[in-house]
Design a protein. Sequence first.
Length: 341
Amino acid sequence: MTRKSVVLVTGAGGEMGHGLVTRLAELGTFDILALDIQPLDPDVSRHCTATRIGDILDHHLLDRIRSEFEISAVFHLAALLSTRAEFVPETAHEVNVEGTLGLLRLAVDEARSHGRAVKFLFPSSIAVYGLPDLGTKRKAGRVVEPDWLMPVTMYGCNKLYCEHLGRYFARHYRQLAPQTEPSGVDFRAIRFPGLISAFTLPSGGTSDYASEMIHAAAQGRPYDCFTREDTRIPFMAMPDAIAALRALLDAPAASLTAPVYNVAAFNPSAGELAELVRRSFPGARITFAPDARRQAILDSWPEDVDDTRARRDWRFRPAYGLTRTFDEYLVPNVARRYAQR
């Protein structure tokens, strides 16, 4: 039986998965195999060649997938996000690390099966950074990839370790074995900032206050923001995040100088975000009631990141600045979503 050639997207039902599957389908270049622990929304599943419901920790499921499909690339989006991970850190480690390890093994097997490299696209996070205090954060400015890698959350620890796992599989796999050969894994990671989506609801990220503000305002609900007004971290509109994954997938291996890249688009304060929401929804009721523990996490993340390497190596350019994100992407789409209810 001939196996079907596909691109595997894990976590396909999440915020990023929804946009990525839709975009890949629009391009028409790939057949998509979508995997999620929950049944997929019909708007996602209709774009897929096949869908599977199950846990990335289920090795039998991964074996069945391998027996049926030939996987040319993996977008590994499935993860337990930062806020939720702090409540169940051991479970987060299992999902975020053991799950990634199992998929890297799958990529090795697939590369050897069909004799060519399997690209492994991994969304990492600014949670890998850990600045010690607010003063240091403000002095640090735009943080480059090798600096301040001392995460204070389980999610950040998981993401940083998985970056190292990917680099190991790509460059040093079984280096002391009697007969060494490349793993065939072409690992490429992006450290995403806070992502803002118009089409899916926030799902447990510490940066989700930006999305929560506008979704609450569009529904006419008050919103108590869990941060200080002066909290500042980098953000990006979801379409630019999807475009970045696609651009990194297409980049020639010879042009890449590192396995992990920063990207960012804008970095407003929480207060500035609130003012934009109030401008777009004049009745918006936004107040600030900082949660000390979540605030401490945000204060450990950089105010901005330096993405020079991504701009140079694979020509990353965000299309959405802050104003365009609100005026053309967020406001019309979020307003339409709730007007239809």
